[in-house]
Design a protein around this ligand. Structure first.
Ligand SMILES: [Zn+2]
Ligand SMILES: [Zn+2]
Length: 131
């Protein structure tokens, strides 16, 4: 049986396939990709920044970021392409966080785990006393 879903972009109901957006939005997205790609292909635009691309093509930044994340637009090919880190806003070219925020997050997680372990140890101790 076909699975029905809401389009992640326009909220229209559609039969879910491999995508999270409806066919109409997919068509729009392909068109947007084409416009951006045609723009970047031109030698003089190779090093255009995100703001310049948005301004020149009229394509939403969110879509361009999506294309970068999907590796349809390669940052190796277009060196000025990047998008902001979700935490501090520093420009990054892959993932969701810059390397320093990723490191920080990892430390936080480790600390959290350590605390959890200590909590568990404490609980164990109380348990022994209770008995
Ligand atoms: Zn849609
Ligand atoms: Zn960051």
């Amino acid at each position: 049986m076909a699975e029905i879903a809401n389009c992640a972009r326009c909220d229209a109901v559609f039969v879910k396939g491999i995508r999270d957006i409806c066919p109409d939005c997919h068509k729009e997205e392909e068109k947007a990709f084409d416009i951006v790609y045609q723009f970047l292909r031109q030698k003089k635009n190779r090093e255009a920044t995100m703001a310049e691309i948005v301004e020149a093509t009229g394509v939403e930044e969110a879509w361009i970021i999506k294309f970068i994340k999907e590796k349809r637009l390669l940052t190796t090919q277009f060196p000025s392409l990047n998008f902001p880190c979700e935490k501090c806003g520093d420009p990054i070219t892959q993932g969701r966080l810059c390397s320093s925020c990723a490191k920080e997050l990892k430390l936080e997680l480790e600390l959290h785990e350590k605390q959890q372990k200590q909590e568990n140890e404490k609980r164990k101790t109380y348990y022994m006393f209770d008995n």
